[in-house]
Design a protein around this ligand. Structure first.
Ligand code: OAD
Length: 270
């Protein structure tokens, strides 16, 4: 066993001792719900439970590449609601930034497409956007890049952008079901093996291959889950610590136990 106890205090002791200096963080939509962005699968508030108006054959179709090719309207109708720019990072995002500022962050793997980690000040080279993001857009046929201002106008007007080269459909470079994950993800999926602490927050770990990442750590590497519910196989490892609660409150408790809370609140208020 690596931790003195499988508790928040045991973990804080490990962090304060300097033994955790290569931390891998894995996140999902639950870290952004307090920013006002719904997650996908929460039973009442999640996006998939609230898409009746789009008349989809099944909820995930809105992010399915095969469905999009036939019927891009539902995605573009939704895109105006979730397009980045109007949301502020949460204290959980700032906590990841704090880990980086302290020189402890090895990599952040995020499934989120809201770009809030970047906005909180986590540097680009530390972030693996496993499901892409709204940062770029291109033609799904000829792959030509498409201007940001033009897609923004289309999204605001709820109209469908078409490629200026070949008239193909244009799509933000978020990964749809049926598409390959970015090369950056595929190249770095072994990084968790060299970490000395794994923190999983705000994800149901239902979508592969991301869901396998926490299992890619070595058996004696401590793992912390901060999530409203237990997910994946977190809790079965010898050094797994579970905080089954709201991310923001869990992160505050951890920061407090490490003596970092004041610093964290200041960073978030910036
Ligand atoms: P989900 O909606 O599947 O899971 C969110 C998880 O966060 C659930 O376990 C919630 O209980 C938990 N949660 C929500 N709010 C929370 C809060 N404030 N504090 C703590 N926990 C909270 O979202 P993801 O796991 O991110 O993919 O979904 C994975 C992928 O499925 C997404 O990237 C997206 C989606 O289809 C694509 O579109 C390709």
């Amino acid at each position: 066993q690596t931790l003195s106890s499988r508790t928040l205090d045991g973990l804080a002791e490990y962090l304060k001792s300097g033994k955790a200096s290569r931390i891998v963080v894995m996140t999902g939509a639950g870290i952004s719900t307090s920013a006002g962005i719904p997650d996908f699968r929460s039973p009442e508030t999640g996006l998939y439970a609230n898409l009746a108006r789009l008349n989809l054959p099944y909820a995930e179709a809105v992010f399915d590449i095969g469905y999009f090719k036939e019927n891009p309207e539902p995605f573009y109708s939704l895109a105006s609601e979730i397009y980045p720019g109007k949301f502020r990072p949460t204290i959980t995002h700032s906590f990841i930034r704090l880990l980086n500022d302290k020189g402890l962050l090895l990599k952040l793997f995020t499934q989120n497409i809201d770009c809030l980690e970047r906005e909180a000040g986590v540097p680009d080279d530390k972030i693996i956007e496993a499901h892409g993001s709204f940062a770029r857009q291109s033609c799904i046929e000829c792959k030509a890049a498409y201007p940001e201002d033009d897609i923004k106008s289309h999204i605001a007007a709820k109209t469908i952008p078409r490629c200026y080269e070949c008239q193909g459909l244009v799509k933000p470079e978020i990964v749809f079901f049926g598409e390959q994950l970015p090369a950056a993800f595929l190249e770095s999926r072994m990084v968790p093996m060299s970490s000395d602490l794994c923190i999983v927050m705000g994800t149901s770990l239902t979508v592969q291959p991301f869901a396998s990442l926490p299992g890619a750590t070595l058996p004696y590497t401590p793992r912390l889950l901060i999530n409203k519910e237990r997910v994946g196989n977190l809790g079965t490892g010898t050094d797994d610590v579970l905080l089954l609660e709201d991310c923001d409150s869990g992160v505050r408790k951890l920061a407090e136990a490490c003596g970092w809370l004041e610093e964290l609140e200041k960073l978030w208020a910036e």
